[in-house]
Design a binder for this molecule. Sequence first.
Ligand code: CA
Length: 233
Amino acid sequence: MTQHNILVVEDETSIASFVAAYLKNAGYTVRTAATSQTALTQVATEMPALIVLDLNLPDGDGVELCRRIRKSSDVPMLMLTARDEDVDKIIGLEVGADDYMTKPFNPRELVARVKSVLRRAAPDRRRSETAELSHGDLVINAGKREVYVGDEEIRLAPKEFELLWELLDHRGIVLTRDQLLERVWGYTFAGDTRTVDVHVRQIRRKLGDASPIVTVWGVGYKVASERTPTAAG
Ligand code: CA
């Protein structure tokens, strides 16, 4: 998995470094900017995968910055605001933020939101790059959302489809139930991991012997790597 580069735009150094530390700990590369001007330069040069953006900046407000960034980029943005009233502003002005959090916030929740926004942003890119994944007789097409076993089309519910895609897309890697919950259902700490089990059971029932999903006891699920005869190296 590629390491996402995140830009944190926040003039309060303590908050910026606090947020940066949590994001780094979650495996992201983090840059910070304390002013709108620095942020605009960073967006142009670094092309971050996501921007965490404070609404109140010394040289102009975050809403304006958000608008300016939107003119040239569709990078996901998560807004930080000090007051609940600002939420109306963020949403009402349709500045194009993908999510927001009100200070003070739980940094773990911020990390979860970041992951969720990135996850929601990812499918389009992913689907244009890899429209189709296959495993033995199983072929799944992300663009058309079709699943075939040989010539037979199999109807999967949306979450079953996404779960299967996620596992196939990470073949050879064990994904825990929590990781799958997060990637397929969005951020959650509640962790009703049985949801994952139920969906896996449905996929297996529908795909029968063609199901590529392997249970890794005590850990989660994976799709075994497939030896591709054409792979030369
Ligand atoms: Ca601020």
